[in-house]
Design a protein around this ligand. Structure first.
Ligand code: PRX
Length: 635
């Protein structure tokens, strides 16, 4: 019997050792006993981090939707698979059973086929958090199309970039979306994006807010009538283990977003296995992850991981503040949620609102609390632990990335003793290490360095869509033979890991990764701007917020600076999305640069953090005089 469900610490250590000493036979056992294969693999793993190339379960054939849906029908046909909680609590929740999910996915898959989508085609999904979102992912997977979900808060420009980069022939969207008391004109954003996307032939539109929208003849089609007419039987396409399942974009420190490619078998095995253990999911539990499916957390731990385990997964359309700040807890009480997975930024925002919103509700169903997306600060950890978990639900501070596909470092609840702000121990099969600046591995405990992974795990992203060279340079070139995460971390005296944050030019704002380069590119498009530099600074709710130093072309620019600030933020909002707006904008006469012309962000970061006691030696700068000026006018 494989160790699919780990129940105590000794077992964790024993299974961990097994997974590291003999990864192939370990993962083979897990794959063999817990999944449905059309054909078993010829080879469990082949890998070479130099190329880089990783293949898991090569030769195997499967369809992930048969694992997430069909195989549960006999025993869980009437169990709720997706529990949809709408934006407006008065609308009432919708329970979609495994049998209904099967029908709906099949119908959707047939519609995709009728509309000309074939195996290997890319389909862009720009849909709010409604059941059609989860169903559209699964429908693509059913027929072997590669889904590219774009978070429905991104702007038209960001959407167009992602559609074009992966050459999508179809976009799935909705007329609009609800966000608390507001509505958003999603279809309008799609129309604008498609002005610069020649490859898109069809747009399927789900009806959600019943707004009056423009439908382009021949291109745009209402989804529902097509679904109504489609058969609810659709054979699953038999996929190869290493066929791409999806592309998901993540920001990089430079230029274009990176389309991370995840493949089928390894991703399925790893997300299912981590889900089972990191959340200690039991048959009748109701599991809720508050993330949006537009991010990796939603892909892996709202859709694929839970469904592969036959779980009930909550899909919440709304926001934590609507109709009031008690909404999360209202949902926990109403649906008797057992596992609750959210982001530190949400915890901090709710903690600010006072306890009355939490205390009103019965949270006794909760067994496990999760945190993901950024380091959780001590205060937020304790607030979560004391007021939501009432000191009895372990918090799993889970560290992972879009690129890793699944949770990498995490306590296993009721197994690993937790420690505030520590992600604690590597998950089964994960071999982390810390590197120093010279490229040497830091051995032993009580060390701090850059976090790398030494050995492939099944759900590692295989490439960047259309740019394998960039994949190699970004993740495998900093340290030889290791996957570099871009994060710093320390290992304490007992071997627990604490993630200290990004060490590159990515800033995490409210749990969203934002590369500085694309934001600076957007700002520099403003006709009055000469150059700009973005850094992060601590923010009590967002974790980090953005501080922009901007030099204008005409230093004596007579225009009102407040108006310029509004214009610049509007530009960022249009190019990337409102999440990338700057909290502070300081107009500068120049930016500190090295003699080779590189902007010294380290200095700018310190000034933004109001920590100017030790700026280091600035005399070697090309223009040291500008530093004082920036300090004098800091916001
Ligand atoms: O810096 C780390 C941070 O989020 C980054 C990955 O972001 P993304 O690809 O958007 O995926 C987020 C959800 C998996 C990481 O490089 N991060 C994620 N989880 C944690 C974290 N930082 C500290 N603690 C965490 N638990």
């Amino acid at each position: 019997m494989s160790n699919y469900h780990i129940k105590h610490l000794e077992e964790y250590y024993q299974v961990y050792r097994k997974s590291v000493r003999n990864p192939e036979s370990f993962w083979e056992e897990i794959a063999e006993e817990h999944f449905l294969w059309r054909k078993k693999w010829d080879n469990v793993l082949s890998w070479d981090f130099k190329k880089p190339e990783v293949k898991w379960f090569e030769g195997a054939q499967l369809n992930i939707t048969e694992n997430c849906i069909d195989r549960h029908l006999a025993t869980r046909g009437d169990k709720t698979a997706i529990l949809f909680e709408p934006n407006d609590p008065n609308e009432g929740a919708e329970h979609i059973t495994y049998r209904q999910l099967h029908h709906r996915v099949n119908k959707f898959a047939n519609v995709l086929k009728e509309q000309g989508v074939k195996r290997g085609d890319r389909v862009c999904i720009y849909v709010p958090m409604i059941p059609e979102l989860a169903i559209s992912l699964l429908a693509c997977a059913r027929i072997g199309a590669i889904h590219n979900v774009v978070f429905a808060g991104f702007s038209a420009n960001a959407l167009a970039t992602r559609i074009n980069d992966s050459d999508c022939k179809m976009v799935i969207t909705s007329d609009g979306s609800y966000r608390g008391a507001k509505t958003i004109d999603l279809k309008g954003i799609v129309d604008e994006a498609l002005e610069s996307c020649e490859g898109v032939e069809t747009v399927l539109v789900a009806k959600r807010i019943h707004s009056d929208i423009n439908m382009k003849e021949g291109r745009d089609k209402w989804l529902q009538p097509l679904l109504d007419a489609a058969s609810d039987q659709c054979k699953a396409e038999v996929m190869q283990a290493e066929d791409p399942l999806f592309i998901l974009y993540t920001s990089g420190s430079t230029g274009k977003p990176k389309g991370m490619v995840h493949t089928t078998a390894g991703y399925m095995v790893y997300t299912a296995y981590t889900f089972k253990n990191a959340f200690q999911y039991r048959e009748n539990d109701v599991y809720w992850c508050t993330a949006d499916i537009g991010w990796i957390t939603g892909h892996s731990y709202i859709v694929y991981g839970p469904l592969a385990n036959g779980a009930t997964t909550v899909l919440f359309e709304g926001v934590p503040s609507y109709p009031d700040f008690g909404r999360f807890w209202d949902i926990v009480e109403k649906h008797k949620v057992s596992q609750f997975y959210t982001a530190p930024t949400a915890i901090r925002a709710l903690a600010k609102q006072g306890l009355e919103f939490v205390e009103k509700y019965d949270l006794s169903s909760l067994k496990v609390l999760g945190s993901v997306g950024e380091p959780i600060n001590e205060e937020a950890w304790h607030w979560y632990n004391d007021n939501v978990g009432k000191g009895k639900s372990p918090i799993i501070d889970s560290w992972w990335q879009t690129e890793t596909g699944g949770i990498m470092i995490t306590p296993i609840p009721y197994v690993t003793p937790t420690k505030p702000t520590y992600a604690t121990l590597p998950f089964i099969g994960v071999q982390p290490c810390l590197m120093d600046e010279k490229g040497e591995e830091l051995k032993g405990n009580q060390v701090e360095g850059r976090l790398c992974i030494k050995f492939p795990w099944p759900s590692i992203a295989r490439t960047i869509w259309g740019n394998h060279q960039r994949y190699k340079e970004t993740y495998f070139s900093t340290y030889e033979n290791k996957y570099f995460t871009g994060d710093g971390a320390l290992r304490d005296e007992v071997g627990y890991y604490r993630i200290t944050g990004r060490v590159d030019d990515v800033i995490i704002v409210s749990g969203h990764n934002l590369g500085t380069a694309p934001i600076e590119d957007a700002i520099n498009e403003h006709p009055a701007v000469s150059e700009s530099a973005i850094v992060g600074f601590p923010h009590d709710v967002k974790g980090s917020a953005l501080y922009g130093y901007i030099t204008l072309k005409d230093v004596g620019e007579s225009r009102n600076h407040d108006n310029l600030r509004i214009e610049i933020n509007q530009l960022i909002s249009d190019r990337i999305g409102p999440i990338a707006k700057l909290n502070k904008i300081q107009f500068t006469e120049g930016l500190p640069k090295t003699r080779s012309g590189k902007i010294m962000r380290r200095i700018l970061r310190k000034i933004a953090e109001k920590d100017t006691s030790n700026l280091g030696d600035i005399s070697t700068l090309l223009n040291p005089e500008c530093v004082q000026d920036i300090m004098d006018n800091a916001l």
